[in-house]
Structure formats: structure tokens, C-alpha cells
Design a binder for this molecule. Structure first.
Ligand code: ATP
Length: 272
């Protein structure tokens, strides 16, 4: 009898342990997906380096250095919620909205890339000829939900006609940026962060600054059509290539939209 009770206890222990481990693994996985493509990844890497350095300094009896690292850690505990307030707010909103448990968004799924590129190039070229200002952001692996949330959701199949319609001056959607996810226009009239770089040419205004800004905080691309000159530019990683013709734009877009992997945790140990 005692034996059977013991066995039952052991079984229960095993089952609850497995459930416990599975829950922790799930939460860690969701947290990793949540911070994927955000500044928090860099932060996490920095924290790991600090923790390893603190442990090593203690192990090697480097008392002063260990004390210094401990002070840094204490200061970080206070500073982190302030610096990462937007990310924390977004995470809590997701948790509250039940989106924490939703299927992860596949930012670059399977879609007809050559059609998407040709529609984008045609739109940029027609908008340029009409001198209609436009800002089109192409999402890659960094999720841009916090920016699509600032605009009006569209979720429509991309076409040059749709893009041109959005940017017709004085219409409700023309102000702000369009965000494209795969072959869909995810949202329009989105507000993007402006670059603070001093390298941006003086004659370029807020449209170009917003286009460059979003490529500094994500791996997105931004196509900008100038209202004043009709010039087409492409921003990538905070750098603006100006006065592109159709062929150059098509070439750069095709290269940049090469298929990439779906959600994976590899970003945690990859360099940015
Ligand atoms: N933070 C922002 N996010 C998204 N779009 C923005 C933002 N700020 C400005 N814009 C867009 O840029 C437009 C203003 O462009 P502005 O004339 O200042 O820029 P520009 O770079 O000189 O462009 P252009 O050569 O077309 O005049 C706004 O009407 C708006 O559509």
C-alpha cells in the first residue's frame, strides 16, 4: 500500500513538474517573441554580458570590479523601467488584450515578391510624376505593430492603384505613412519616429526624416516620394539613397525582400 502511494506521489510529482516546465518554457518563448526585433533584444544581450561579468568577477575575487558591477546592476534596475517604458507598456497591453496567447505574426511569409516589387515601383513612379508626396514602409523581420496601431488598418492586397489612392492630397489617409506587410497594405496614415541624425540634408523635411527614422529603429525599408521634387528615395538602416530611377528602386527592393526565416529565437544570439 505504502509502495503504491509512493509511486502515485512520484507520478503526480512528475506530471506537475512537466506541466510546470512546459508553462515556463511557453512564457519564455512568448516573451522572446514579444521582444523580437525591438531594442529590448540588445538590452537582453547587454544584461547577459553584465551578469556573466559579475559572476566571473566574484569567482576571480576581483572585489572592486565586482562592487562596481553590482552598483551598475542596481542602477539598471531603477533605469530600465524608465528607458523601456514604451516597450513595457506595449507588452502589458498585449497581455491585457489577450494577444500574448495569439499565434505569432509571421512578418515575412510566402508571397509573390516580384508582383509586390513591381506594384511598389509603379506606384512610386506614378506618384513621382504627379508630384504627390508619399511615404511607404516595408516591414521585414522587425514587427511594426506599434506603428500600424497609430494609423488606419487596411489589410488590402497591394496594388499601385491602392497606394496612389491613399496618397491623394487632402484625403483622410494621405497624411503619414503606409505600412506594407508582405503583399498587404497593413495600414495607412501611420505616425513614425523622426530621425534625429544631423547627417540628413537640410532641404529634407519631416517626410524624409520619418522615413529614415523608422529604418533606424527597425530593419524596415522606407520608400519616400518627395512632394516638392518628385524624387524617389529609399531609406535602409538609417541611410537614404536619393534620386532613384525605377530600375534602381526595383533592384534594391528585390534584393531586400529576399525570403527570410519566420519567427525563430535565433535573433537572441545573432548580431544585429
Ligand atoms: N512622424 C511622421 N510620420 C509619418 N509621416 C509624417 C511624419 N511627419 C511628417 N509626415 C508626413 O510628411 C508630410 C510633410 O512633409 P514635409 O514637406 O515636411 O517633408 P519633406 O521631407 O520636405 O517632403 P517633400 O519633399 O515631399 O515636401 C506630412 O504631410 C506627413 O504626411
Amino acid at each position: 500500500m505504502l509502495e503504491r502511494l509512493k509511486a502515485l506521489n512520484l507520478d503526480l510529482f512528475n506530471i506537475t513538474s512537466i506541466i510546470d516546465i512546459l508553462i515556463v518554457a511557453f512564457v519564455l518563448y512568448r516573451l522572446a517573441l514579444l521582444i523580437r526585433g525591438t531594442r529590448a533584444v540588445q538590452l537582453l544581450k547587454g544584461l547577459v554580458v553584465l551578469l556573466v561579468a559579475t559572476a566571473l568577477s566574484s569567482w576571480l575575487h576581483l572585489y572592486t570590479f565586482h562592487w562596481l558591477l553590482q552598483q551598475v546592476m542596481t542602477a539598471l534596475v531603477v533605469a530600465l523601467p524608465i528607458v523601456f517604458q514604451p516597450e513595457l507598456r506595449r507588452a502589458l497591453e498585449k497581455l491585457g488584450g489577450g494577444r500574448f496567447f495569439a499565434a505569432p505574426v509571421i512578418y515575412q511569409g510566402d508571397f509573390d515578391r516580384s508582383r509586390t516589387v513591381s506594384q511598389l515601383v509603379r506606384a512610386a513612379s506614378l506618384l513621382s510624376r504627379q508630384r504627390t508626396g508619399a511615404l511607404i514602409v516595408l516591414e521585414r523581420t522587425t514587427g511594426l505593430e506599434e506603428y500600424t496601431d497609430t494609423g488606419i488598418k487596411i489589410e488590402g492586397l497591394i496594388s499601385a492603384e491602392l497606394l496612389m489612392n491613399i496618397f491623394v492630397p487632402k484625403t483622410p489617409l494621405h497624411d503619414g505613412a503606409v505600412i506594407v506587410r508582405g503583399d498587404r497594405v497593413a495600414a495607412a496614415a501611420c505616425v513614425l519616429p523622426l530621425t534625429e541624425s544631423a547627417d540628413v540634408a537640410r532641404e529634407l523635411g519631416t517626410r524624409h526624416r520619418a522615413g529614415i527614422g523608422i529604418t533606424e529603429v527597425s530593419d524596415a525599408l522606407a520608400i519616400i516620394v518627395s512632394e516638392e521634387t518628385g524624387a524617389i528615395s529609399l531609406a535602409v538602416e538609417g541611410v537614404l539613397a536619393r534620386n532613384l530611377d525605377e530600375a534602381a528602386l526595383a533592384d534594391r527592393l528585390s534584393g531586400a525582400l529576399e525570403p527570410r526565416q519566420g519567427p525563430s529565437l535565433a535573433f537572441l544570439w545573432q548580431r544585429k
